[in-house]
Design a protein around this ligand. Structure first.
Ligand code: FES
Length: 156
């Protein structure tokens, strides 16, 4: 996944100033901040509220209403593990159990700021070579718990 720059208040102010003239500017600003930094830092809330003449509660409400917005830095790496039917037949559920038992990596644990997370997806179009995983745009077939852990950098 793309590496994001660290949160930077001056950079955030520029983004906000560049979009604050728009009608309904809160959403475009939040998307632009997340595109830039990978998440919307809570420190952005008063900046947005001041720029748009909104209350901080209004801005908080918008962020929490849309589940797409992250308020903490994203994981360094996301490994998507297929758990659809063909990959189930080829052992992806056993893989998920082994991953938790042997490596302490729980699939779909929503700890968004860890180094890596493993997320369930349903079919990566690589059914004959399952279990399948996708990491940073690369499709990998016949994964097992050890190889998924290695893809995570073996850190959780
Ligand atoms: S079912 Fe896993 S890739 Fe299609």
């Amino acid at each position: 996944m793309a590496a994001y720059p660290a949160w930077d208040e001056d950079g955030a102010r520029l983004i906000i100033a560049g979009l604050s003239h728009l009608e309904g500017a809160a959403l475009p600003i939040l998307h632009a901040l997340q595109d830039e930094f990978g998440y919307v830092d809570p420190k952005a809330v008063p900046l947005i509220a001041d720029a748009l003449n909104l209350s901080r509660a209004d801005v908080h409400g918008t962020i929490s209403f849309y589940h797409d917005f992250r308020t903490a830095p994203p994981p360094r790496r996301i490994v998507k593990l297929c758990r659809a039917e063909a990959c189930q037949a080829l052992g992806c559920e056993t893989l998920a159990q082994d991953l938790a038992r042997d490596h302490g990596i729980v699939v779909d644990a929503h700890a968004r700021s860890q180094d890596a997370v493993v997320e369930t997806v349903y079919c990566l179009g690589n059914c004959a070579l399952g279990p399948s995983a996708l990491v940073e745009g690369e499709l990998i077939g016949r994964v097992d718990a050890n190889s998924v852990a290695a893809l995570c950098g073996a850190r959780q």
